[in-house]
Design a protein around this ligand. Structure first.
Ligand code: AMP
Length: 187
């Protein structure tokens, strides 16, 4: 496993070392980057949240939008830290009220994700989060949903970047600022 630091303010904390890598999960050839070990370490979890909110402390963030499911864990903590609300972006069929839906690409095929139609008011400033950005297909779908509701996307933040898969460039091409804490080579 190789990793390089990709910024974040908390230079004392080695985020990469706190992330567990599981080879061939969920299928052969995938290096699964498991953040449960990072979340279970109080100092590293707090340091990650602090590093992700850094740069947004002095600007208005109305809502944090988290992508199911690991984005919910980070998103709740980020929202608390920024004194913002939280809105979930969920796999289809999970939200009880009226929704908007978008299809997004996965490695094989497509899936769909949803938000409540009234989750964001036009002009609200939203910080998007998930644990990891790979191809960027999931985050791009989330950006489309948020913009359909009239959100202004402040930035998208992730603990992990897999830069070889191009997700950061894909979001930046949509004029979304991307913040990540650690990058792993390969996929
Ligand atoms: P993508 O849409 O390709 O950017 O994939 C990002 C989504 O898939 C995130 O919700 C991640 O949690 C998950 N994901 C993709 N690749 C990995 C990986 N190698 N390890 C852990 N999660 C991954």
């Amino acid at each position: 496993m190789s990793a390089r630091s990709a910024g974040g303010t908390n230079g004392a904390i080695d985020f990469a070392a706190a992330i567990r890598t599981i080879a061939d999960y969920p299928k052969p050839g995938i290096q699964f980057r498991d953040i449960t070990t990072l979340l279970a370490d109080a100092e590293v979890f707090r340091g990650a949240i602090d590093a992700l909110v850094d740069g947004h402390r002095d600007e208005r963030v109305d809502l944090v939008a988290g992508i199911e499911a690991r984005g919910f864990i980070l998103g709740g903590a980020l929202a608390h830290q920024l004194a913002a609300g939280f809105v979930p972006i969920r796999k289809k069929g999970k939200l009880p009220h009226e929704t908007i839906r978008v299809a997004y690409s996965l490695e094989y095929g497509v899936d769909e994700m949803e938000m409540h139609r009234d989750a964001v008011r036009p002009g609200q400033r939203v910080l998007l989060t998930d644990d990891l950005i790979a191809t960027g297909g999931t985050a791009e779908g989330a950006v489309k949903l948020l913009r359909e509701l009239g959100a202004e996307i402040v930035a998208a933040c992730f603990v992990i970047d897999l830069p070889d898969l191009g997700g950061r460039r894909r979001l930046e091409a949509l004029d979304v600022e991307v913040r990540t804490l650690v990058a792993f080579e390969g996929d």
